[in-house]
Ligand binder design. Structure first.
Ligand code: 13P
Ligand code: ZN
Length: 271
């Protein structure tokens, strides 16, 4: 079957990276069944022919109005679709959508009318913000990393500052590669506005957002970077957990040692 990726090698390459990341999510046990979802802004690959492609769905509501997304194109994982299937073929587990001029609806243009993820309003709100602030970021990633989600089951770790300081102190690289830390959103229904709104507010100040008893959200210039942000913070959580399994609580680097890394490497405090 002819795909939108046929004769568009640059777009195919971008989606190959998405597929590679989807494979890692599955291998790590972060993507049970249809768990997790992602979007990639592919507007830069939208040639004249692609812009002329007819819709293969009726206009669908985003749930919010996002003025910076007018005329943009996104690859979205399909709702109910598996990351492990996406890893083999992104167009079997997702679709490409065009945002309509009202900035509140979208239509599917390729390859099949696969309805995007149930978390689409959250993902597109983040995409809208990333354009608005001129970040150049193209990728959003929601996944279910085991150790971070486990930590979010304790009241102690729902305090963003406390959780961030603890994760930073596990290994120097955590601070170096996630200098903005992790923000925690209290439990809310998946795909709800109550989840999407605070996620948008917290990603402005953090590298990764943790949804209590559910998963994480990260953004990045490409999907690999969004994955790395999540992986770096979850690695710190895994070290913390491994020490617990050895029967002790990890000592953690001292606050002075952590501060020295921030100073020496001139790490940013904000996006
Ligand atoms: P979707 O299959 O709709 O993408 O949902 C998966 C998920 O993780 C919801 O939070
Ligand atoms: Zn989820």
């Amino acid at each position: 079957m002819k795909s939108i990726l046929t004769d568009r090698p640059a777009l195919k390459q971008a989606l190959d990276t998405v597929a590679e990341v989807a494979g890692y999510l599955w291998q790590k046990g972060w993507a049970e069944r249809n768990g997790g979802n992602l979007t990639l802004n592919i507007t830069e690959y939208a040639d004249e022919q692609m812009r002329a492609m007819p819709a293969i769905s009726k206009p669908l509501p985003i749930g919010v109005t996002l003025p910076h997304l007018k005329g943009c194109y996104f690859y979205c994982k399909g709702t109910g679709k598996r990351m492990r299937d996406l890893a083999r073929d992104p167009m079997c587990a997702g679709s490409i959508v065009r945002i309509l001029d009202d900035c509140a609806t979208y239509e599917i243009i390729a390859d099949e009318p696969i309805v995007p993820t149930s978390e689409i309003s959250s993902h597109l709100s983040l995409q809208n913000y990333m354009i608005e602030c001129g970040s150049g970021y193209k990728a959003t990633l929601h996944t279910h990393p085991i150790e971070l989600v486990a930590m979010s089951h304790s009241q102690e770790w729902l305090d963003s500052e406390h959780l961030t300081q603890t994760l930073w102190s596990m290994i120097p690289e955590t601070l170096a590669f996630a200098p903005l830390g992790i923000g925690v959103v209290p439990y809310a229904l998946p795909s709800s506005v109550e989840l999407a709104d605070p996620t948008l507010q917290l990603i402005k100040k953090h590298d990764v957002v943790l949804w209590e008893k559910h998963g994480t959200v990260a953004v990045g210039p490409d999907m690999m970077e969004a994955f790395d942000q999540t992986d770096v913070l979850n690695k710190a959580a895994t070290i913390f957990m491994t020490a617990k399994n050895f029967g002790f609580t990890a000592e953690g680097m001292t606050p002075e040692a952590v501060q020295t890394i921030r100073t020496v490497f001139n790490l940013p405090n904000e996006r």
